[in-house]
Design a binder for this molecule. Structure first.
Ligand SMILES: C[S@@+](CC[C@H](N)C(=O)[O-])C[C@H]1O[C@@H](n2cnc3c(N)ncnc32)[C@H](O)[C@@H]1O
Length: 289
């Protein structure tokens, strides 16, 4: 386990590349003309529409993602407990259909989720009911999270032991992604940690992309980072990487995820406990969203 940035591993069973094993990325089709304007408003509207259309895809993968939840999230909770003791509260950004939200509430955590797609919020409520999750432990805010680096008014002054931003930061353009990370940092309790996931790319690039899927194609905006530039962005936002792992997505060939646990530099480590602390490196999962 290391907070250094290393080249991501080749997928298990894959032939090792001859040169530096930069992350393989499935080919991405640039979006058709008309998506060239990259105003923030246009990006956010496009992404909201894309995820609203993706509810069916999320339904199809819910079972596998539910199995991933403890594998991915237990090390994150352990990292927060290591520094801040009890962990009670979680802020989840872009909760989508609520698979992770449901697992967290059933772990007895109080979850505040932010999700700007009404259909995703509907799917999340349905998931919580189906799982008999304790409804009183969840609040889903129907908001766009980005607020220029400042907390959203309903979250003003609120701090959480854990912030989850899985497959989230990379949905924003240059500069806005940094503000989103700063916003995340403002919501951490002393000793709190954030969990960030993104795909690893051979080179940085950004733009509207057309993504083909089993339920049709949709256009969305993505920032794509090398592992080094994502970590650099995290550091620029005043956060440090505590732990990281690379995860090969078995559902999409050539897709590798970078998962990082981050916190504020200088948060003191609590005295070591006797038992082993779960590590991200122990995770073996079905892949991310
Ligand atoms: C890629 S999905 C990730 C879902 C979930 N975090 C996971 O890892 O399975 C991103 C989710 O965030 C929501 N979302 C994207 N941008 C958002 C924004 N600016 N504010 C609030 N929600 C947003 C989308 O509607 C979608 O449900």
């Amino acid at each position: 386990m290391s907070a250094e940035v290393a080249a991501p591993p080749a997928p298990r069973g894959a032939r090792a590349p001859a040169t530096t094993p930069a992350a393989a990325t499935p080919p991405v089709t640039p979006a058709p003309p008309g998506h060239g304007l990259t105003s923030l408003g246009r990006i956010l509207r496009t992404n909201r529409t894309a995820y609203t259309k993706l509810v069916r895809f999320y339904r199809a993968t819910a079972r596998a993602r539910a199995a991933d939840a403890p594998v991915l999230l237990e090390p994150v909770l352990a990292a927060a407990r290591e520094r801040s003791g009890d962990v009670d509260s979680v802020l989840e950004l872009g909760c989508a259909d609520g698979v992770f939200t449901s697992w967290l509430t059933r772990e007895d955590l109080a979850v505040t989720a932010v999700e700007f797609s009404a259909r995703m919020r509907w799917a999340a409520r349905r998931r919580l009911r189906a799982d008999h999750a304790p409804a009183g432990r969840v609040t889903i805010l129907p908001h766009e999270f980005h607020n220029g680096g400042e907390p959203l008014p309903p979250l003003a002054g609120r701090r959480f032991d854990v912030v989850l931003a899985m497959a989230f930061v990379h949905l924003f353009p240059a500069g806005t992604d940094l503000e989103v990370l700063r916003q995340i940092g403002r919501h951490l309790t002393p000793g709190g940690v954030a969990f960030l996931t993104t795909t690893v790319e051979a080179q940085d690039r950004r733009g509207f992309e057309r993504k083909e899927g089993p339920h049709g194609s949709r256009v969305r905006y993505r920032s794509r980072y090398t592992a080094a530039s994502f970590v650099e962005l995290v550091n620029l936002a005043g956060l440090e990487v505590r732990d990281k792992q690379y995860r090969v997505d078995p559902r999409i060939e050539g897709k590798t995820w970078l998962d990082v646990i981050v916190g504020h530099p200088g948060d003191a480590l609590r005295p070591a406990r006797s038992g082993p602390v779960a590590s991200l490196l122990e995770a073996s999962v079905h892949g991310g969203a």
